[in-house]
Design a protein around this ligand. Structure first.
Ligand SMILES: Cc1cc2nc3c(=O)[nH]c(=O)nc-3n(C[C@H](O)[C@H](O)[C@H](O)COP(=O)(O)OP(=O)(O)OC[C@H]3O[C@@H](n4cnc5c(N)ncnc54)[C@H](O)[C@@H]3O)c2cc1C
Length: 369
């Protein structure tokens, strides 16, 4: 099987790239190699989006909110924006829709798993479990390997049908009023309807926990809020890198989470992936096959400093998140989270950093060159 372009992994980055190329009426013969069917990939992908752009995802939006909160035991910061919405995309629906759009086009899907990629002259040989594919250009979006000492965001969430209405009217972005002994821990909750609530226990640390641990944390949070459920609708779990991912494999391009699209300080990646593959499709249209960087260097630099300050000073972590949220308006916060940060916003964020550890980390980085 010979192709101009092979996309490995038909997840967010892989299929979004294929869709962009198709919309550009590419003449390239393309293959997406993906072992799983999209309906078997349940996930809530959330991001902030300007109200004028919400329609781009209209067919796969599961929830949309104007407000979000960040809280601990003693304070609660409410953000409400009329310009930016926090949207939740149903991953399985989004991916199924793209796969349907690719039917009868010059993009084919191969349901197989890649085992090895080798290079012969300028062509790449992609060995899968059951097939071998040759391609001129390869974009690899397989989930990155996460080595054990990497800072990771790990989570488990359950969508419930409740016995009674919950009265939560905005997204619970981070509720830190939970166990903080196993790393920086918060509850994240999406109120899809008055009786439908998604609750997730998220930890930022190097060590993962057993599923039962997250379940217990969710149960405890629900109990404290007097929430009881009729049934569990679905669940999701994940591990996202919050440290730098770098692949050096000559001639094989990496995209998506593997291609550095995860925001190191927050774990959010959806927005960066969309932006990266949009620019890449544009490059390909102009016969340039290089992958644009997903995040600008300054954002990555600042996020690495932020994470180092957090790891070395866990006792200030919760206050740092609360104070940063408080210092920004809802619109500024949405812009900050989606990398549209201007100088003014950076100043406000930097002002919240504890001076000594922050300057200490900057000096350490400067000494390392
Ligand atoms: C449960 C979950 C929830 C998340 N929620 C959010 C969120 O709310 N907001 C946000 O911004 N980010 C979120 N993220 C982070 C990020 O946006 C997602 O992980 C996103 O799916 C990353 O896109 P990707 O294309 O890089 O990887 P994926 O979407 O994971 O795609 C990789 C694909 O590679 C395939 N694959 C694996 N092995 C092989 C192989 N050997 N050969 C071929 N294909 C292979 C996989 O089946 C998969 O389809 C979430 C992540 C998870 C796991």
């Amino acid at each position: 099987m010979n192709f101009d372009i092979a996309i490995i992994g038909g997840g967010n980055a892989g299929l979004s790239l294929a869709r962009n190329l198709l919309r550009d009426q590419t003449k390239n013969k393309i293959i997406v190699i993906e072992p799983e069917f999209p309906e078997n990939k349940p996930a809530n992908w959330c991001t902030w989006i300007h109200k004028d752009n919400v329609s781009i995802f209209k067919n796969s939006i599961k929830g949309s909110w104007e407000g979000w909160t960040v809280s601990n035991k003693t304070q609660k910061i409410n953000h409400s924006s009329s310009n930016y919405k926090y949207i939740c995309i149903d991953a399985a629906k989004y991916l199924t829709q793209i796969e349907n759009e690719l039917n009868n086009s010059n993009v084919s899907i191969l349901r197989d798993a890649v085992v090895e990629i080798s290079k012969e002259n300028n062509r790449k040989e992609i060995i899968c479990k059951n097939n071998t594919v040759f391609a001129d250009h390869v974009y690899d979006s397989r989930p990155p390997e996460l080595h054990t000492n990497l800072l990771r965001q790990h989570f488990y969430g359950i969508e419930y049908e409740l016995t009674e209405p919950h009265h939560i009217d905005s997204v619970v972005l981070m509720d830190f009023d939970v166990d903080q002994f196993n790393g920086l821990h918060f509850i994240y909750a999406l109120p899809f309807s008055e009786r439908r609530l998604f609750v997730e226990s998220t930890v930022i640390s190097q060590e993962l926990n057993q599923i039962e641990w997250y379940e217990d944390q969710i149960k405890l949070w629900m109990k404290n809020k007097n929430l009881d459920y009729l049934k569990k609708i679905s669940s999701e779990k994940g591990v996202i890198p919050q440290g730098k991912i770098e692949y050096k494999n000559e001639g094989i391009h990496c995209i998506g989470a593997r291609g550095g699209a995860v925001r190191l300080s927050s774990g959010y990646a959806f927005h960066n992936i969309q932006s990266q593959v949009g620019k890449l499709a544009n490059n390909i249209r102009n016969d340039c096959y290089d992958v644009p960087v997903a995040m600008n260097k300054f954002v990555t630099f600042m996020d690495e400093i932020f994470n180092k300050v957090l790891i070395n000073n866990p006792q200030i972590a919760v206050d740092l998140f609360l104070n940063t949220t408080k210092s920004l308006s809802a619109d500024e916060f949405a812009k900050f989270m989606t990398n549209k940060t201007n100088f003014n916003i950076w100043l406000k964020v930097i002002a919240q950093m504890p001076k000594k550890p922050f300057i200490g980390q900057i000096l350490k980085r400067a000494n390392r060159g």
